[in-house]
Design a protein around this ligand. Structure first.
Ligand code: 4AD
Ligand code: MG
Length: 481
């Protein structure tokens, strides 16, 4: 059997006259008087290849089976195209129908479908231009993450997915158990006895790999994790998933400034990689975003196109301000004074909501913003306590259209300070003994952050809803596929 050529390779490397075997799915078929044109796509590129068939060349029954969605194996010769829109096409010498797609039932038509509709057929949506482009960009970004850290000498660590701790202390965890829900074993107090459970204790799906990442950084200096994380928060927003991927670098000997520098460098490097390596897909997504924008009222349209936004981020320094500076800007802002914010900004210490973050990024600074030194009471227990006794060395990176894309901090490396914080918050100390103990043996200043991978892919692709940048989204009430 002749070797299969992928369409991407064909377009890049093969020249007129070459014999090729193609395999892929039919996008469209157009029957002319003397010839039929079949547009074939195999997912290697957003581009299709046009297959040319002479009338009467193949059996009518074969030609009838070639409908949108059907899979084909085509042998043929590359020729110069006479039609507009492509340089080359393939004249078929042989076609095999691998799998038909009954046109009465196949839900995808060669036209634009709504993203909501496509979510209901997530098993087929990778067959669309938009999703295949998003998935290829997503892949490129995964590769770019590993490339970035590998070049810097960071060690990739697989942190556990099943854990016994709540890294963020937010209590938004999915329980992991093998106990029978109908009749679980009970202890003397009549409560479920998790000693009888699979791990002999209560366990859950991890909300972050950070705590274990810190252990590894306390030996290897610079590490990163990149894995799935799970949060049972009941937020049905365009930026929240119950299962999402996070990359979390953790660095010994880094202070908060070093941490911010690394986050900015990483984000710029990933975007640059995308601009250089995903041109066809980004051009498609750019056009898609422009079309979508045209549907909006004038004042809601973005000033920059997707590609311009990406270039803007790589070309400009991020603004860095403290929480207190951000608070002052917000308190004195027009929307706050005119009571346009859903959550008013009146008292120092309030948590910043996405409406505030987006105001700062999109209206005030008009560029990515890093806010640091947050009030301790709105941040996690492990963050380093500042001298002022009120704030911690936290930092969030805020992006246009997204809000918070990175959350991180310098960690509290002082045993006593960490322990008193743990006690103050009523955190189950015993489950964290190992995390505390690492502060006793060669403890070092260290820092890290988490980049929400889907939020980043949203920014990279211009997709508005986070459900549209992950192949199979998990959200409240939805775990089909
Ligand atoms: O700010 P978060 O909660 O920080 C942590 O989990 C730290 N342990 C990270 C660290 O310092 N190693 O989450 C980090 C990022 C957020 O900025 C956001 O981009 C993303 O993860 N994120 C979500 N993405 C999608 N769906 C959700 N439900 C998310 N929750 C957080
Ligand atoms: Mg956060």
């Amino acid at each position: 059997m002749a070797q299969r050529t992928k369409i991407l390779t064909l377009l890049r490397e093969k020249s007129v006259g070459a014999q090729v075997v193609l395999m892929g799915w039919v996008r469209t078929k157009r029957e002319g008087k003397n010839v039929t044109f079949i547009n074939l796509n195999d997912g290697s590129t957003i581009k299709n290849i046009q297959i040319v068939v002479e009338s009467g060349q193949f059996e009518d029954s074969l030609m009838a089976g070639i409908t949108t969605g059907a899979s084909l194996r085509v042998s043929g010769t590359i020729i110069q195209s006479e039609g507009a829109g492509q340089d080359i096409e393939v004249t078929a010498s042989q076609i095999e129908l691998l799998g038909a797609a009954d046109p009465e039932q196949f839900p995808l038509q060669p036209k634009r479908h709504s993203l909501e509709f496509l979510r209901e057929i997530a098993h087929l949506r990778p067959r669309t231009n938009t999703f295949s482009a998003v998935l290829r960009v997503r892949h490129a970004m995964i590769f770019a993450v590993h490339d970035f850290f590998n070049k810097k000498g960071f060690v990739n660590i697989h942190t556990p997915i099943i854990t016994g701790s709540d890294a963020e202390g937010a209590g938004e965890m999915f329980r992991v158990t093998t106990l029978d829900p109908k009749s679980p074993p009970l202890n003397e107090d009549g409560e479920v006895d998790y000693k009888e459970d699979f791990f002999g204790k209560e366990t859950n799906l991890t909300v972050s790999g950070q705590l274990e990442g810190e252990l590894a950084a306390s030996a290897l200096s610079e590490i990163y994790t990149f894995g799935p994380t799970f949060r049972a928060e009941n937020s049905n927003t365009t930026r929240h998933l119950a299962e999402f991927w996070m990359m979390e670098p953790e660095m010994a000997f880094y202070d908060l400034n070093d941490n911010m520098d690394l986050a900015e460098e990483l984000l710029k490097a990933l975007i640059k990689y995308g601009l250089e390596n995903c041109q066809d897909d980004l051009e498609f997504l750019n056009k898609r975003a422009l079309d979508e924008d045209k549907q909006k009222p004038q004042h809601e349209r973005s000033e920059l196109s997707l590609i311009e936004k990406l270039q803007f981020v790589t070309d400009n320094d991020f603004e860095r301000i403290t929480y207190t500076e951000a608070f002052d800007i917000l308190r004195n802002s027009k929307p706050n004074k005119k009571k346009k914010f859903q959550f008013p900004v009146d008292e120092w210490g309030v948590d910043l909501q996405s409406e505030h973050e987006r105001f700062l990024v999109e209206k005030h600074f008009k560029k990515p913003v890093i806010i640091y030194d947050y009030p301790a009471k709105i941040k996690a227990f492990y963050m380093r306590q500042n001298e002022d006794g009120k704030t911690v060395g936290a930092m969030d990176v805020l992006f246009p259209g997204i809000g918070e894309i990175v959350g991180g901090s310098q960690r509290e490396e002082r045993y006593d300070k960490l322990l008193s914080r743990v006690k103050e918050l009523g955190i189950h100390e015993e489950s964290l003994w190992w995390y505390l103990e690492i502060r006793k043996f060669g403890s070092v200043p260290h820092s890290g952050f988490g980049l929400g991978f889907e939020r980043f892919v949203q920014f990279m692709t211009g997709m508005n809803n986070i459900r549209d940048v992950i192949p199979f989204p998990r959200t409240p009430g939805s775990a089909e596929f």
